[in-house]
Design a protein around this ligand. Structure first.
Ligand SMILES: NC(=O)c1ccc[n+]([C@@H]2O[C@H](COP(=O)([O-])OP(=O)(O)OC[C@H]3O[C@@H](n4cnc5c(N)ncnc54)[C@H](O)[C@@H]3O)[C@@H](O)[C@H]2O)c1
Length: 231
């Protein structure tokens, strides 16, 4: 397999540069793009600049998301609802749409992986346990549903669209969210049947597999990678 050529897009350049260095240290080539996934123009420009640099888009993963302040459905502010669905769900839609449009112009199709969540598979009960996240769950269920439909729409055109549904992963989001939970990080760990949080690399490897030819017969799936948590 040749060296990876990866376009990295985010609102902020900070994490992008670190990821770019890691890929380049492994012999890959990178393109760093600032992009707000809620903006049609930004998303289209990201795809256009990727094509201008690398010539084709073979695989894409749409990962941008924001957590919800801990609150029950009755206390969810419309601003929070709009922001959470805007980034997670509308962002996944805009990115997937632009990526499919590009892949349709290429020979050989492509693969897209949208990052949903355990909260895209089931709702979480328990206000005092601070797991009630109606807007986040709506956005992530939306991603799962959109992914399944888009996959069927474009299956015959050689484009595979899948989702991964992570459990609780040790990221900045979880560090912020864990701070607001009554049980803190220990409470989150206790929620994981395997007794630990997941590592970002354990989600990345699932995304990579779904993008690879090993997964050539896999489309419209929502792959749960959660250490058993969503049970
Ligand atoms: N951490 C977890 O336990 C967990 C579990 C399930 C699903 N997820 C999902 O995984 C994805 C990544 O989460 P994470 O834990 O790495 O979160 P994170 O907060 O650490 O990273 C999220 C990234 O999204 C970017 N982003 C936010 N708004 C954006 C926008 N409008 N345009 C472009 N980029 C934007 C942020 O700059 C940040 O780099 C999210 O979709 C999240 O909902 C996370």
């Amino acid at each position: 397999m040749g060296a990876a050529r990866v376009a990295l897009a985010d609102l902020s350049a900070e994490g992008l540069r670190e990821t770019a260095h890691l890929i380049e240290a492994g012999g890959g080539e990178t393109l760093v793009l600032i992009c707000d996934v809620t903006s049609e123009e930004d998303v289209q420009a990201a795809v256009d600049r990727t094509i201008a640099r690398f010539g084709s888009l073979d695989a894409a993963s749409n990962n941008a998301g924001v957590e919800q302040p801990v609150q029950p459905a009755a206390d969810t502010a419309k601003d929070d609802w709009d922001r959470i669905l805007g980034v997670s769900l509308t962002g996944a839609f805009l990115c997937t749409r632009a990526q499919i449009r590009q892949m349709l112009q290429q020979d050989g199709g492509g693969a897209i992986v949208n990052v949903s969540s355990g909260a895209g598979v089931k709702g979480f009960m328990g206000f005092m346990g601070f797991k009630v996240q109606a807007a986040y769950a709506a956005a992530k269920h939306g991603i799962t549903g959109f992914t399944r439909s888009a996959a069927l729409d474009h299956a015959a055109q050689g484009i595979r669209v899948n989702a991964v549904c992570p459990g609780i992963i040790d990221t900045e989001m979880t560090r912020r969210f864990g701070d607001t939970c009554p049980g803190g990080r220990e409470g989150l760990v206790a929620d994981e049947p395997v007794g630990r949080l997941g590592e970002p690399e354990e989600i990345a490897s699932s995304v990579l597999w779904l993008c690879s030819t090993d997964a050539a017969f896999t489309t419209r799936t929502a792959l749960v990678v959660d250490g058993g948590q969503t049970v």
